[in-house]
Design a binder for this molecule. Structure first.
Ligand code: FES
Ligand code: ZN
Ligand code: ZN
Length: 317
């Protein structure tokens, strides 16, 4: 029976990337230390910060909520949770239920933004009416609402549950299609612009997806296991992630080595050419004259809904 490398008790987890057998207590310590080190190394959270975490109900954001709630005292920051109900039938209802339970467990205030209450429609209708892939519409809506909420809350940063495997996959994809100026946008911290764009941070940047899953299992953390019914499993990103996992299995530690070297070299990639402007309709960040949220809602509903969404958020905050 393998023993924990630290204390010699019965081991329950083997970390291939670090060739380490650990008991559950030392596994928890390992993961929490790793997140803490990521936060310090990339200066993600500072003392006195107000951090808004986008809580979907899936394992990554739920585990991050638990870990951040544990670290909040030693770092000295305030944690807020935001859940966006995307209006994807039963799937969304399950996620909203989990979000409420996590808020109670972590003792962090939760704000729920319900897309059907704000716009009268959910992601499926928005995608259908704009003839865009649901995940791309969903990405625009989530980014917009989280940022608008963070602006109202005067948050210092928006934390998301993107993990090491996600980030390595996104970076590889941009490299394969030679969209090199997108790569700096995939750094662990992206600065904001005062008053209308809040900084984005990724505290799980150096944590393997598999370890996040194990952390949830060993600590009996509730999360929604099923995948979004609108997820497209034929995309390049989806296949890349699968192959990267196989490579990691054969060459343990490959992914973390890649991502650490990449961050060191990030200055060498071309800077994104598009300057961040403000949407002429709603005042939120945009690369063009009108932001994607206003464009999508105008196409689907006949009216750009950015100003309405911002009003709605102002009222509930
Ligand atoms: Fe966004 Fe499924 S969660 S499209
Ligand atoms: Zn141990
Ligand atoms: Zn707008």
């Amino acid at each position: 029976m393998p023993k924990c490398r630290i204390c010699g008790r019965k081991a329950v987890v083997y970390l291939r990337h670090s060739r380490l057998w650990l008991c559950s207590e030392h596994f928890n310590e390992f993961i929490e230390n790793r997140v803490m080190r990521t936060i310090k190394r990339y200066n993600l959270i500072r003392k006195g910060d107000r951090v808004l975490l986008g809580l979907s109900g899936g394992k990554d954001s739920v585990v991050l909520a638990h870990i951040l709630s544990k670290l909040r005292e030693s770092i000295g920051f305030k944690l807020y949770l935001a859940h966006i109900n995307l209006g994807i039938g039963e799937y969304s209802e399950k996620n909203a239920e989990v979000a409420k339970k996590i808020s109670e467990k972590t003792n962090a205030p939760l704000i729920i933004l319900d897309l059907r209450k704000i716009l009268g429609v959910g992601i499926p209708e928005l995608a259908l009416k704009t003839r865009r892939p649901p995940c791309s519409v969903c990405g625009v809506v989530k980014r917009y609402l989280l940022n608008a909420l963070a602006v109202e809350l005067k948050a210092n940063s928006i934390a998301t549950g993107h993990n090491l495997d996600d980030m390595a996959t996104f970076i590889l994809k941009e490299f394969l299609v030679q969209n090199l100026e997108q790569i700096p946008k995939l750094a662990p911290r992206i600065e904001g612009v005062k008053d209308y764009l809040v900084a984005k941070i990724k505290p799980l940047y150096e944590t393997y997806e598999e370890d996040i899953k194990k952390y949830a299992e060993l600590n009996n953390i509730l999360y929604v296991e099923e995948k979004c019914p609108l997820a497209d499993e034929t995309t390049l990103t989806w296949h890349l992630k699968k192959h990267l996992r196989d490579l990691e299995y054969r060459f343990p530690g490959l992914t973390i080595g890649f991502i650490r070297r990449l961050v060191k070299n990030i200055e060498k990639y071309p800077k994104p050419g598009d300057t961040i402007r403000r949407c002429s309709i709603c005042g939120m960040p945009s690369s063009g004259k009108i932001c994607s949220f206003c464009k999508i809602t105008e196409k689907a509903l006949g009216k750009p809904m950015g100003p309405h969404a911002r009003e709605y958020i102002k009222e509930i905050v």
